[in-house]
Design a protein around this ligand. Structure first.
Ligand code: SF4
Length: 191
């Protein structure tokens, strides 16, 4: 099948994580992966983002499928169930708002800019070299927080890719769950 431009968006995803290693301000670009799926779901009422434009999903397909890095085992049933998918979405939001709160504290001067990226919501990885010297502290703090979210979800996605199927992450990905809910709500209104 002829390749289209959007079949190469996995390069953008890989590039995103790489650039954040050199300059954390590139992490702001990750907001595109946050707003575009929501806009497509709200305006179009479909999951075109997941089906076509998600570079991260493509990256998992490529590494797990073409490069054979996945054991291609069945995804556990509990991972597909609503309690887990919605529970993970809620957990994700709690952590996301906590990240926004820390950004607010830095913005208001109640806290100093950190120099770390938090992996899996627990492990603090030093990242100070990627924070430019002349930067507004809250701008860098948000970037560190957002990059932590992106890195954590990628690492988790890679883990379940290896253990189960290439796109196992998509089963409980918060963006996927959110857009699915939006499409459902939007399309039920048409019936
Ligand atoms: S479920 Fe998440 S990772 Fe998978 S394609 Fe959709 S947005 Fe991308």
């Amino acid at each position: 099948m002829k390749k289209r431009w959007y079949d190469y968006l996995w390069i953008a995803s890989a590039l995103y994580l790489t650039l954040g290693f050199f300059n954390i301000l590139f992490a702001w670009l990750g907001l595109l992966c946050f707003f575009i799926p929501l806009i497509i779901a709200v305006v179009g009422g479909n999951k075109a983002y997941c089906n076509r434009y998600c570079g991260r999903g493509q990256l998992f397909s490529l590494l797990g499928g073409r490069f054979g890095l996945s054991r291609k085992r069945d995804i556990p049933r509990w991972m597909k169930q609503k309690w887990f998918r919605y529970g993970f979405l809620v957990f994700f939001f709690v952590m996301f708002f906590q990240m926004l709160w820390v950004t607010w504290l830095v913005f208001s001067g109640a806290r100093e800019l950190g120099g770390a990226v938090t992996l899996l919501w627990t492990f603090k990885l030093p990242w100070h070299w990627a924070v430019p010297a002349a930067v507004t502290p809250w701008v860098a703090q948000f970037a560190l927080g957002f990059y932590s979210v992106m890195l954590t979800s990628t690492v988790l996605g890679l883990l379940v890719m290896v253990l189960f199927k290439p796109r196992a992450w998509c089963v409980f990905c918060p963006m996927g769950t959110m857009t699915r809910l939006i499409c459902k709500a939007r399309n039920s209104g048409k019936e």
